[in-house]
Design a protein around this ligand. Structure first.
Ligand SMILES: NC(=O)c1ccc[n+]([C@@H]2O[C@H](COP(=O)([O-])OP(=O)(O)OC[C@H]3O[C@@H](n4cnc5c(N)ncnc54)[C@H](OP(=O)(O)O)[C@@H]3O)[C@@H](O)[C@H]2O)c1
Length: 269
């Protein structure tokens, strides 16, 4: 029997790429969609094609009336947490693609998912090459103490840092060595220019977010050592194609554990 999917954000940039990709599989079935502006319509027609029999609902709560196994969420930072908690309460596994949630949010979601015995996979970036950026950064951090992150995105991106940079910074802060740079508390001038911190003390990770026209999403891990530097960088293109395969992999695997796992790297290993 196929894994039944509810796709929240089905009419969005990523949702539009996921819909035909799910339809092209034998083991996944899209049973309901969520998008406020298309509520009450057929998803296939909404996306400009033939009717595909997938109903669109205005909210995840309404879509959860349809029997399903997994909620995939690609909506907005202000909607995703409530969507995930509603799906968990209804006993559905959850794949979180939407950015904006942090460690404290995921601790709350983890408690709910554990209590309900369902799995959650959240990844700041579902692309394979962006996942490699995270793996290579964590590997380099074993050997080089000093590292900071630069997060580039479009002028209109509603959250900062990006989900990619946030997940990277939170993971790195838990594993890195102590920095040798001057503590920000001892910096004069405008200390906020030293970036936002994830973690605490000498192992905190500083993230510098740039929001400018022409960028899609790029993340750079910059390592500095005496008289040498290492830069590891990922650049996303302008389509949502890179996120499809990783998201579908997560939908296939997410029933395999209880609670929250963060990062596509947790599946690739
Ligand atoms: N993890 C990753 O690999 C990855 C990759 C790309 C993007 N993202 C993140 O995924 C999210 C979605 O990105 P996108 O570019 O696809 O966004 P988008 O094009 O703006 O699409 C958002 C979708 O969500 C729906 N939506 C928005 N608010 C809603 C709400 N309150 N309730 C129900 N549906 C709602 C929208 O339809 P209506 O407005 O009609 O409701 C639309 O279908 C963002 O947070 C983005 O940063 C993550």
């Amino acid at each position: 029997m196929p894994i039944r999917i509810i796709l929240a954000g089905a009419t969005g940039w990523v949702g539009r790429a996921l819909t035909p990709a799910i339809a092209a599989t034998d083991d996944l079935e899209l049973v309901a969609a969520v998008a406020r502006s298309a509520a009450g319509r057929d998803l296939g027609e909404t996306l400009g094609g033939a009717a595909n029999g997938v109903p669109v609902f205005a909210s995840v709560d309404e879509a959860l009336t349809i029997p399903a196994d997994v909620l995939i969420d690609y909506t907005k930072p202000d909607a995703v947490k409530a969507n995930a908690l509603a799906a968990i309460a209804a006993g559905r596994h959850v794949v979180v693609g939407t950015s904006g949630l942090g460690a404290a949010d995921y601790a709350e979601i983890d408690a709910a998912a554990t209590a309900r015995s369902v799995g959650v996979l959240a990844a700041g970036n579902f692309s394979i090459t962006a996942t490699l950026l995270k793996s290579f950064t964590l590997e380099a951090a074993k050997y080089v103490a000093d590292v900071e992150i630069i997060d580039y995105a479009s002028a209109k991106k509603p959250d900062a840092p990006s989900g990619t940079a946030r997940e990277l910074a939170e993971t790195l802060a838990a594993q890195r060595q102590a920095a040798t740079s001057r503590p920000v508390a001892d910096v004069s001038g405008v200390p906020a220019t030293r970036g936002g911190a994830f973690g605490e003390g000498a192992t905190e990770v500083r993230v510098h977010a740039l929001r400018l026209p022409s960028f899609v999403l790029s993340v750079e891990s910059v390592f500095g050592a005496p008289d040498e530097r290492l830069t590891i960088r990922h650049d996303a293109g302008s389509s949502a194609v890179p996120y499809v395969a990783g998201t579908l992999l997560a939908a296939r695997k997410v029933a395999g554990w209880t609670g929250v796992r963060r990062g596509l790297d947790t599946l690739l290993d």
